[in-house]
Design a protein around this ligand. Structure first.
Ligand code: FAD
Length: 722
């Protein structure tokens, strides 16, 4: 029953809503919302379907609230959510109230699911500032960000502090009926105990501390958004090791004075683009950096990548130690020297214009300065899996840093994090529709292939149309590039776990013997060597370092499309622009999507060989049937005067095609075969959703799949051999 709407009661509700809008901390927000719910006699709903939100709306007709409702109603009215009926029976537990966990929770709520979020921390205390891509700004505005944080991305601002972002998302989630519990650590999912008697019962979670209401919450979807350090059991991670990269973040108090307002931000200056700045910095201060970013937000925020030798020289790092963990451990870092280093770098880069450089404080009430190791970053091999125990299925999906760890200075964290949040919501929608689990997983993996390649340039331009439907965001996406038969290892039934794991490893071992791997590399390398021979500054000797300057890629393109590149104008030392040029041409002229950013390609100590094999194989595919120009540009002629033969490369491709067939190997795992039949049964009568493949011929499509599988499976084989 709604409480009587007398005017004093209404005033109280309005005051409480104002308190909620203006709340500046997680604690204040949750407190104000609890009081508001009590005042309006609102209880958490046992099911989602936006019931809570509908009741809240009907009981609070305050103009400020109506301004928020109009935003949320517009969003909720999108056809993709089917008025909150899509996931009416779906129950989700989200681990982590970081930006990506909360963003996923919001989408699940719009879909009509019952959603609970657990967060182990009690406060949102991160001052650090996140760069936002245009679509994330648009997205947050559409959720009503400006109603909670008036300064949100005004004018050309394209960043927000992590704390503010969490607050905006927390407030939105609460209004949509998401229950958020802080100070609760998720330990593991627990299956229902007995198969026969408890059919229909869902999974629960072990939480710390235990709370009766939460202990009994049953769910069939678990979203892990616990950040880079929390990855649930069952997921394997791939390490992306770059050259040593030490990041420093520093926050200074922003008093918002006229003098401070005048100081220009630095949205990213890298050594290769402004050598003079970094030389002067070194000369005047002894500080040696690779790049620096400065954003003015709630704080003055700086993030920079520092060179180890200068940190040693300036006494920030006490002793040079071989492994980075010990190198940057607190007992090997002189905190005072670090503060001074950060302060000097900040002062120099803002031309000493910031009047007072007092450190903002972190949650330990210490100066908010930190040093991080970016040398190793991780990404999960798979984005989701299904666990089945005692007749109950649990879909587990990863989002945010837990799925792909971002390189902060490039600012990909929230952008790719939000894309993954939408993708995860799309997966849950499909799951709720009753699609067979293998089909759900195969589609999720097909979509996941795109995530690491996304940039603002290669995602759809019409950002106002973005929704959880991946086709609204990724051009030419193929929802079925991974087949259900290829993701059977992601369906964990417990009984077959050990056998299945063993079979999988053996299959990988036999399919990808060392010899096979070597021959694929050699064949491809030999083709690349021949096509790039004679180009000045190019010496292809491997499938890693030889490509870093970008010249070899440009040479490969020039060999077959000389009109696209003025090769002689390229600068051997301009690796980033060279790579960018090659990636752009390959994408726009040949339809080959970039594999990493030009900066990543140029700056990692060694590019990932498997990734390059996949990428370069597509060049072979694009050029294989084309004759070389009758006379290649004279300076680049073949040293031996012979035209290269394609026979060696052809055998590499034949091998890749063979892989494709081999990957369809039937495994004798009955439960999984049944699942596959379920997939086929449900599929008949449905028109499969597939957009245009990038290559038209069937063999090429098979080949692309072969390439992807080659990479994926070789990674698996490499891991198994370790
Ligand atoms: P996070 O923001 O890391 O959130 C994960 C949440 O899960 C955390 O709140 C954590 O407490 C919670 N959690 C973890 N395990 C459990 C569990 N078992 N049970 C319950 N809750 C759990 N990016 C930048 O671009 N620039 C920066 O300067 C920058 N600074 C950062 C500083 C820190 C200290 C951290 C951790 C991250 C920083 N990032 C930065 C990364 C950026 O915050 C993330 O890319 C972005 O927040 C998206 O992350 P997320 O939501 O996936 O994870």
């Amino acid at each position: 029953m709604a409480p009587p709407a007398d005017s004093s009661h209404e005033d109280v509700a309005h005051t409480l809503f104002d308190r909620f809008l203006q709340a500046k901390s997680c604690e204040q927000t949750l407190g104000a919302f609890q009081d508001l719910s009590k005042c309006l006699d609102l209880q958490p709903e046992p099911e989602g379907q936006l019931r809570f939100y509908q009741k809240l709306k009907s009981r609070l007709s305050y103009w400020k609230a109506k301004a928020v409702w109009s935003k949320l109603d517009k969003k909720a009215g999108h056809a993709v959510y089917k008025q909150g009926k899509e996931c009416a029976k779906t129950r989700c537990l989200v681990v982590g109230a970081g930006p990506c966990g909360l963003r996923t929770a919001i989408e699940l709520a719009f879909l009509g699911a019952k959603v609970i979020v657990v967060e182990k921390r009690k406060a949102f205390s991160r001052n650090n500032v996140l760069h936002l891509w245009p679509f994330s700004i648009q997205d947050l505005r559409a959720l009503g960000a400006k109603k909670y944080h008036g300064r949100f991305c005004t004018g050309t601002l394209d960043h927000v502090s992590i704390r503010q972002l969490q607050l905006i998302l927390l407030k939105t989630a609460l209004l949509l009926g998401v229950e958020v519990f802080v100070g609760i650590k998720f330990k593991e999912p627990v299956p229902p105990p007995v198969a026969t008697k408890n059919q229909g019962r869902g999974w629960t979670a072990t939480l710390q501390p235990r709370i009766p209401h939460l202990d009994q919450f049953q769910f069939d979807v678990l979203i892990s958004a616990g950040g880079s350090k929390f990855v649930p059991e069952g997921f394997r991670r791939k390490e992306l090791r770059g050259k040593l990269a030490i990041g420093i973040t520093a926050n200074f108090v922003n008093r918002h004075t006229a003098e401070e307002v005048k100081v220009a931000e630095i949205s990213g200056v890298a050594r290769i683009y402004n050598q003079k700045f970094f030389k002067d910095l070194l000369k005047q201060t002894g500080i040696d950096l690779e790049n620096i970013v400065y954003y003015k937000d709630d704080t003055h925020y700086f993030v920079m990548t520092a060179k180890k030798q200068s940190l040693l020289k300036m006494g920030v790092i006490v002793q040079d130690l071989p492994d980075t963990e010990h190198l940057l451990s607190s007992d090997n870092v002189n905190a005072e020297a670090l503060f001074k280093y950060a302060q000097d770098a900040a002062n120099f880069s803002t031309r000493y214009q910031l009047p007072q450089m007092d450190f903002a404080l972190n949650h330990h009430q210490r100066p908010d300065v930190d040093m991080f190791d970016f040398t190793c970053m991780y990404r999960a091999e798979n984005a989701a899996l299904v666990r089945e125990r005692n007749g109950a299925r649990l879909l587990i999906g990863l989002v945010g840093d837990c799925l792909v760890e971002p390189f902060w200075p490039l600012g990909t964290g929230v952008a790719r994090g939000f894309l993954a949040a939408y993708d995860a919501a799309w997966m849950v929608k499909k799951w709720a529709s009753g699609a067979p689990p293998l089909e759900v997983l195969a589609e999720r993996e097909s979509i996941y292939q795109h995530l690491s390649q996304t940039t603002p340039d290669n995602t759809n331009k019409n950002i106002a149309q973005y929704s959880i439907d991946p086709a609204s965001r990724y051009p030419n996406i193929n929802f079925q590039s991974i087949k259900p038969s290829q993701v059977r290892h992601l369906y964990d039934t417990g009984h077959t776990e050990r056998d299945h794991g063993k079979a999988e490893t053996n299959a990988k071992r036999s399919m990808f013997s060392r010899q096979d791997t070597i021959s694929v590399y050699e064949e491809l390398l030999s083709w690349c060597k021949k096509q790039t021979a004679g180009y000045p500054g190019v010496a292809v000797t491997d499938l890693t370092h030889s490509w870093q300057s970008g010249l070899a890629l440009c040479a490969l393109i020039h060999r077959f499309r000389p009109h696209l590149i003025d090769f002689n104008s390229l600068d051997q030392n301009a690796a980033v622009p060279n790579n960018q040029l090659a990636f752009d041409l390959a994408q726009h002229e040949l339809g080959i999507l970039p594999i990493l950013t030009a900066t990543e390609m140029s700056q990692v100590s060694e590019p990932d060989r498997l990734t390059l094999v996949t990428y370069l194989s597509q060049f072979y595919e694009a050029f294989k049937d084309e004759p070389l120009l009758p006379s290649p540009p004279p300076v680049y002629g073949e040293p031996d005067g012979k035209r290269p033969t394609l026979s060696s490369a052809k055998s590499a491709i034949l091998f890749l095609n063979k892989l494709q067939k081999t990957l369809s190997l039937k495994r004798n795992t009955k439960g999984l075969d049944d699942l596959e039949s379920e997939t086929k049964r449900k599929k008949s009568g449905e028109s499969p959703r597939e957009s245009l493949p990038r290559w038209s011929s069937e063999s090429t499509e098979a080949l692309s799949t072969g390439h992807r599988n080659l990479t994926r499976t070789m990674q698996g084989a490499a891991a198994a051999n370790q």
